[in-house]
Design a protein. Structure first.
Length: 176
């Protein structure tokens, strides 16, 4: 492990088991916040006067997230099976249980950053909000003891690239 990963991981992970209400927030960020992103997107569709446009956003975001998480992340993990922090560090505060291996890149980060990027291509302000939420979720995954900081950064890069690639292909097929 590199020093950057260990130092940032230890700093963020030190928040765990300090106060119960902080642990609750970390668990929410690490496990549930990303799914709230999707819920917000569905609500935007339901209440928007531009429902047709937001349905397109949901379609392209879902496709980008799926390609990011299951294609690109899967390929990288096939060739590089990085252990999770709780597998190699002693004296860490693991707040959420998880299976071993497949730490890099973070599948959660790849999926939700792809969604944020897709939203950004359609609507800049909402995209920035979704990026902030995806980053906050990624930090929660580090705090909870599930990922290294570079796992989140790698997932971010994979997600942004996937959304860019899907958007590029979409524009080549049907420029509108």
């Amino acid at each position: 492990m590199n020093a950057f990963d260990v130092i940032i991981f230890r700093w963020l992970n030190s928040l765990v088991f300090w106060k119960d209400w902080i642990d609750t927030i970390i668990i929410f960020k690490a496990e549930f916040l990303g799914w709230w992103i999707l819920g917000i997107l569905v609500i935007l569709i339901a209440v928007s006067k531009k429902r047709k446009e937001w349905v397109r956003v949901l379609f392209w975001a879902g496709l980008s997230g799926t390609v990011s998480r299951f294609l690109f992340t899967g390929i990288i993990r096939f060739f590089y099976n990085r252990p999770r922090p709780f597998e190699v560090l002693e004296n860490l505060n693991q707040l959420v249980t998880h299976s071993t291996g497949d730490s890099f890149p973070s599948g959660h980060a790849a999926f939700f950053f792809a969604i944020a990027s897709s939203v950004f291509f359609f609507h800049r302000i909402w995209g920035i909000i979704f990026f902030g939420v995806a980053l906050y979720m990624g930090i929660g995954r580090i705090e909870a003891g599930l990922h290294w900081p570079t796992d989140i950064l790698g997932g971010m890069a994979v997600g942004i690239f996937s959304a860019w690639l899907i958007n590029f292909i979409k524009n080549k097929i049907s420029p509108s």
